[in-house]
Design a protein around this ligand. Structure first.
Ligand code: NDP
Ligand code: 2IT
Length: 445
């Protein structure tokens, strides 16, 4: 980095102890260096300095009462990162690892991802260090209600539209929506990922995983390859992982391994997705239970070992930095030719280096997992029109959006002289629209 080195230094100084945020910013600024060279007017207007600073960050107390009558306190966050191209938009994560730096990295990434969808959505992220594991349904409900009691004053259908992420699915969205509606007395599309009976969109549940495969299908086709007959390894076993597996199978691939934070299963003849759905979606159980249903599958403790399983295509769909340089080297050694990021920032910078150097077809998160938020955008459109589209209609729009993202990212990469570098292409393509909007809107206070 040359022109943008000062911007990065300032980010480090101003945001101490937030390594994930630094990592996300560094990657983007490195990609944008040639853009800064070509657009001195953006440097002069402080676009780069402004784009790395959230517009607003809210941190709040979330008190709730557990089933034993004990008062518990968690911390809630909403980082409204950028509203240049539309209302703030992005998910809510409930996980004990959540802190301000993690929400900031996710909010920052979300700005570029949302821009790539071509829909009018700014970027935001939020959540809490609340751990949903082992909580009763009533505890989840009381927590969600308390969380929304505060969040409600900061959001709105034209201001900021949250959705799900790790630990937040249809159940949590339902409880939060109910509370929002009670406080505001407004029936609006203020959250996405809603249930179908109260304004949700068909295909939103499937969207991130399906979208990931639509994107990767385009990317591998461009290199004369396909999913047909390929062996696929998918990390995670939550919303994104399950529907990535479903679409990969529909495209003719065999998914042989999945994990959760405790360990992984390897089913050489092909994973039975109905069993995974039963364990994870219905019973909210652990992945080791899979081997009780399928004794020919093998369970191994420790989630990282999953990257040692030979595969053609790897889809990391669990969490940030789950795949490091050594894992990447192992995948390459075993013949993996394509990696698509379903999770946000699952590959470390070292892992990305290994993939790019070895000509692995690499779909970066911002582009590859944008199908979820894109379909949230379609849910917002349906809510505004007070209409619901069919599954086929939403799914075909999603597919078109993912193909378009691939095209835009690869064209931007080619324009800046690195045709196979979709990391750079996605960062640049996402940035250009936001930068143009910020520039046109002046230096706002
Ligand atoms: P879920 O809560 O449905 O599932 C998360 C999965 O990841 C679980 O299998 C979980 O295992 C695993 N996981 C979470 N944290 C860790 C960890 N620290 N180490 C190992 N495994 C972990 O979340 P989603 O499927 O919705 O989200 C997965 C990823 O996809 C996240 O990075 C999210 O930001 C990203 N994403 C989600 C979108 C969406 O629409 N939902 C859209 C775009 C990106 P365990 O049960 O053991 O915790
Ligand atoms: O990371 C993401 O893109 C999401 N968790 C989905 C956000 C959304 O608003 O649908």
């Amino acid at each position: 980095m040359k022109i943008l080195a000062d911007v990065y230094d300032q980010v480090i100084k101003r945001n101490p102890g937030e390594p994930e945020f630094h990592q996300a910013v560094k990657e983007v600024l490195e990609s944008l260096e040639p853009v800064a060279e070509k657009h001195p007017e953006y440097v002069k207007a402080g676009i780069f300095d402004r784009i790395v600073e959230p517009e607003r960050q809210v941190i709040f107390r979330v008190p709730w009462v557990d089933d034993n009558g004990t008062v518990r306190v968690n911390r809630g966050f909403r980082v409204q990162f950028n509203s240049a191209i539309g209302p703030y938009k992005g998910g809510l994560r409930f996980h004990p690892s959540v802190n301000l730096g993690i929400i900031k990295f996710l909010g920052f990434e979300q700005c570029f991802k949302n821009s790539l969808t071509t829909l009018p959505m700014g970027g935001a992220k939020g959540g809490s260090d609340f751990d949903p594991k082992g909580k009763s349904d009533m505890e989840i409900m009381r927590f969600c209600q308390s969380f929304m009691f505060e969040l409600a004053r900061h959001i709105g259908p034209d201001t900021d539209v949250p959705a799900g992420d790790i630990g937040v699915g249809a159940r949590e969205i339902g409880y939060m929506y109910g509370m929002y509606k009670k406080i505001k007395n407004d029936f609006t599309g203020v959250l996405t990922g809603k249930g179908l009976s109260y304004g949700g969109s068909l295909a939103r549940t499937q969207a991130t995983g399906y979208g990931l495969c639509y994107f990767m299908d385009e990317a591998v086709k461009a290199k004369g390859k396909s999913f047909e007959g390929k062996t696929v390894v998918i990390s995670g076993s939550g919303n994104v992982a399950i529907y990535a597996a479903e679409k990969a199978m529909q495209l003719g691939a065999k998914v042989v391994a999945m994990n959760d934070s405790n360990g992984y299963i390897y089913h050489k003849s092909g994973i039975n997705l109905d069993t995974i759905k039963l364990i994870k979606e219905v019973q909210r159980g652990r992945i080791y239970e899979y081997v009780k249903h399928h004794p020919d599958a093998v369970y191994t403790e420790g989630c990282k070992g999953i990257w040692t399983i030979p595969c053609d295509i790897a889809l990391p769909c669990a969490t940030q930095n789950e795949l490091d340089g050594n894992d990447a080297a192992m995948l390459v050694k075993n013949g993996c030719f394509a990696v698509g990021e379903g999770a946000n920032m699952p590959s470390t910078p070292e892992a990305i280096d290994v993939f790019l150097k070895n000509k692995v077809i690499f779909g970066p998160a911002k582009a590859a997992n944008a199908g979820g938020v894109a379909t949230s955008g379609l849910e917002m459109t349906q809510n505004s029109m007070r209409l619901s589209w069919s599954f086929e209609e939403v799914d075909s729009k999603l597919k078109g959006i993912m193909q378009n993202i691939y095209r835009n990212a690869s064209e931007a990469a080619a324009e800046y002289g690195e045709p196979d570098n979709l990391v750079m292409g996605a960062n640049i393509a996402g940035f250009m629209k936001i930068a143009a909007a910020m520039y046109a809107q002046g230096i706002t206070y």
